[in-house]
Design a protein around this ligand. Sequence first.
Ligand code: ATP
Length: 255
Amino acid sequence: MPTHREPALRVAGLRKAFGDHVAADDIQLTVPAGSCYGLVGPNGAGKTTTLAMAVGLLRPDAGRAEIFGVDVWSDPVRAKGLIGVLPDGNAMPERLTGREVLTYLGLLRGLPHEVVAERTGDLLQVLELDAAERTLVIEYSTGMRKKIGLAVALLHAPRLLVLDEPFEAVDPVSAATIRAILRGFIGGGGSVIISSHVMPLVEQICDHVGVISDGRVVAAGPLADVRGAATLEDTFVDLVGARPRATEGLAWLSS
Ligand SMILES: Nc1ncnc2c1ncn2[C@@H]1O[C@H](COP(=O)(O)OP(=O)(O)OP(=O)(O)O)[C@@H](O)[C@H]1O
């Protein structure tokens, strides 16, 4: 039986290879309940692969993942009921309006009609998607897609939000709205994991951080412990190895 003392997410020994390429290798992460956890790493480091395995979207070659103590792979229905996921790429019904998407997915999750209607109205308003009431998702901008994805993730009032690049392609005003929603969610007892490349943002909203490089966790823990006296950006570059490329190779750019 899960208890409040269980971590929001615990993964151990997670591994995934695509052909010869090991995208995630022996990943260990613990996300304390009530925390905002930033998963950072360079392009192709394995963040999306790790999160997809952690939430039951991608079957690992080895290892386990637990949400509040519930095993994602042996008890998927219970585990998935505890989480709201904003996946990378975000596939969703496209020929529906935002309101229709939320209504459809809310009813599919078994929420009562009046609850779906109330929450849908609230989410569209708070995320400022209500002005695009007649717009189909297929016509949404990338930032609007992130926002409707976040609304879908929040709709069933999960205990843990897992958000892959929630701020990518989102304008500063919408980013501030999303940050406020996440703060409110954590203030209400929720837990959040976000993957991001934007270190100042992770530093601003996260209290824990995990750094992934080449499919491995190279640092993890409370933000203050991981970054020490430096900025997260500097720590990150130190940990993953700065690889500045000589610009002489682009000499043709100089006039
Ligand atoms: N379905 C797949 N088939 C083959 N290779 C894959 C697949 N998914 C991911 N990979 C590879 O696994 C590695 C890790 O990818 P992943 O998307 O997890 O990285 P990431 O840290 O999320 O990167 P980014 O920040 O660029 O989104 C990359 O080398 C990627 O090319």
